[in-house]
Write a protein that binds this ligand. Structure first.
Ligand SMILES: Nc1ncnc2c1ncn2[C@@H]1O[C@H](COP(=O)(O)OP(=O)(O)OP(=O)(O)O)[C@@H](O)[C@H]1O
Length: 453
């Protein structure tokens, strides 16, 4: 059995007026794999706990298969939740841990066959006799999954189940989870703050910010058609380049986008999307360029849909199969609020905030080298990624990159020198423009016929 889960206008307010979830509406179809994605503290776990019945809903409705479920006790919802921490009973073997929920349901029942069948499905038969202390992290999480699915729940609620595992194991286990839940055909809600994980897992991804849904779409759509600047910035590695600019539309000249020190002219006749920019004339906009939207090449190679900028090579990240070249263009980077939680910490704050507060020797070292305060001494409002304090060297980005300009993806065979001035060809078909409120205006919204391949 699998079920539909709907949230209608759901709000959760914790004590001290912490609004964790704000008028959230979401319909999850039976058998769907939906990922809840967002920065730390945006309310993902709260949504999951409200679905599970572990947290009261302040206002709004939760429907399970169309039936109002706000008041149904957790044990009667037929849902299984798997947490980041494995939460296995240390004094029970794998088999005993897995059979525990069945024994609670019907004491005295012989659970051997059901547990063995579930273990076979997960490939963990040989772990059944071991105690949690005799299992690796990945094995423990498999047993925890086994315990969740042994009852054949009608939906899985997974709260960052892989975040305690190393990168390699995470990749393998997430493929296993995707295969397993599809095989079982069970509705799955999967919480993560890892956008790469979200992109690779879900049928659909719901992006959350400060308790408010920003976009719910297929992963590809979230990447290619971000509805606002927050989604554009949160999804994608390396992070999208966001530059502040203004639109100029002289009566006797061509529409152009002014980055302060450089301009790009838009090709004539204007495309329907670029025509939309006329209404922004004189206003500040944010231009979004993913690293694949620009290439290092001279004007002689320019295609009709490209425009020319130039800049100075600041830094090159060699990645084996490609390089990421950081090019300073003189444009001002745009700041995006809330990429990491700006909320005042309560309950010890969010997990990432708690992690960040712990002394991190690497960040402290970076801080010392760059003459900036270490993470645990940072001011309350650190500059956003790509932003720089005046007169200071480029700030390290969340991924540890150093950049105040455009990050451009190149083939590994391109070897620009540090300090070299290079021409950049900007693919205008891959250029996003966001208005002052951060809404995407270009490519124009609601034009699915123009989706990129
Ligand atoms: N029991 C609680 N009492 C008060 N505030 C809470 C409680 N639980 C969560 N919060 C607050 O609600 C907000 C959302 O928390 P939640 O744990 O849902 O976020 P999250 O997106 O899952 O974060 P993380 O990825 O760090 O776990 C945060 O500001 C958090 O501090």
């Amino acid at each position: 059995m699998t079920r539909a889960i709907s949230l209608r206008d759901v709000t959760k307010i914790y004590p001290r007026d912490v609004v964790a979830v704000n008028r959230l509406s979401l319909d999850i179809a039976p058998g769907e794999f939906l990922v809840l994605l967002g920065p730390s503290g945006c309310g993902k776990t709260t949504v999951l706990r409200m679905i599970a019945g572990l947290e009261d809903i302040t206002s709004g409705e939760l429907l399970l298969d169309g039936e109002l479920a706000n008041g149904i006790p957790p044990g009667q919802r037929g849902l299984a939740m798997v947490f980041q921490h494995y939460a296995l009973y240390p004094n029970m073997t794998g088999e005993q841990n897995m059979s525990f929920p069945l024994k609670i349901e019907s004491p005295g029942r012989d659970t051997t066959a059901q547990v063995r069948e579930t273990a076979r499905l997960l490939g963990i038969e040989e772990l059944l006799d071991r105690f949690p202390a005799q299992l690796s992290g990945g094995e423990r999480q498999r047993v925890a999954m086994g315990r969740a699915i042994v009852r054949r729940p009608s939906a899985f609620l997974l709260d960052e189940p892989l975040s305690n595992l190393d990168a390699k194991l995470r990749t393998r286990l997430r493929a296993e989870i995707a295969t397993l839940t599809r095989h079982l055909g069970v509705t799955t809600v999967y919480v993560t703050h890892d956008q790469a994980e979200a992109m690779s897992l879900g049928d659909r991804v719901a992006v959350l910010r400060d308790g408010v849904i920003q976009q719910v779409s297929a992963a590809r759509e979230v990447y290619q058609r971000p509805e606002n600047v927050f989604v554009a910035a949160f999804v994608g590695t390396p992070r999208i380049n966001l530059l502040r600019a203004t639109v100029h539309a002289p009566l006797d000249g061509r529409l152009n986008i002014d980055f302060g020190t450089q301009r790009i002219q838009l090709p004539q006749p204007l495309s329907p999307d670029h025509q939309m920019l006329r209404v922004q004339m004189g206003r500040e906009i944010t231009v979004g360029l993913r690293s694949e939207a620009a290439r290092i090449a001279g004007p002689q190679e320019m295609r009709p849909t490209e425009a020319l900028l130039n800049g100075v090579v600041q830094h090159v990240e060699f990645q084996g199969h490609e390089s990421l070249v950081h090019v300073s263009t003189g444009a001002r980077p745009a700041r995006v609020e809330g990429l990491e939680s700006p909320r005042p910490p309560t309950r010890g704050g969010s997990r990432a905030a708690r992690r960040a507060r712990g002394a991190n020797p690497l960040r402290q070292l970076v801080g010392r080298v760059l003459g900036r305060p270490a993470a645990d001494q940072e001011p309350a409002e650190p500059p956003a990624e790509g932003q720089q304090h005046p007169g200071q060297p480029p700030a390290p980005t969340a991924a540890g990159r150093i950049s105040d300009g455009l990050v451009v993806r190149t083939g590994a065979d391109v070897h620009p020198r540090l300090g070299e001035r290079v021409p950049l060809l900007i693919d205008l078909d891959q250029m996003y423009v966001f208005d002052e409120d951060g809404r995407r205006i270009c490519p124009a919204p609601l034009r699915p016929d123009r989706a990129r391949p």
